[in-house]
Design a protein around this ligand. Sequence first.
Ligand SMILES: [Cu+2]
Length: 162
Amino acid sequence: MEKKVVSALIDMKGAKGKSRGQIQFLQGPVGQTSINVSLSNLDSKASSFHVHILPIKASGDPCSDENIMGHFNPLAVSQSTSPAPGTGTVDQYEIGDITGKFGLLTNLTQVQKQYIDNNMPLSGPNSIVGRSLVIHYLNDLLCSSAVPLLLNENQPHLKYGN
Ligand SMILES: [Cu+2]
């Protein structure tokens, strides 16, 4: 099985915070997903980031709740019973709750990290492919769709991206 790579490019030139960077998801044959996070210009204003249910749309406010809806949580994990961010195991959080699994972005100006997550599928019914990725700021949201870069050769019809 080929590695699957999904990428969300956060390029918010001109937006508040001017955050830029890339979040890449790579899933190998054993099902473990490596999340490679590279964000800059966070200005100590970001708090959390998540995978949300729907991709962003060209019309309206792209990051609004009506557009992208809430956190991707197909296993119906109750956030109220999740441990504090960054303290539990990945299965104790919503699939899309990257901050819960690995910790808050509070007071950071940049992030260069690799997280290993065995609860972040890139295929099957709980896949995050084609959804959106959101960085929550103190007074704002930045979002990007999770667009596949390369997919395995069994799904050539899904091969798109940049
Ligand atoms: Cu969110």
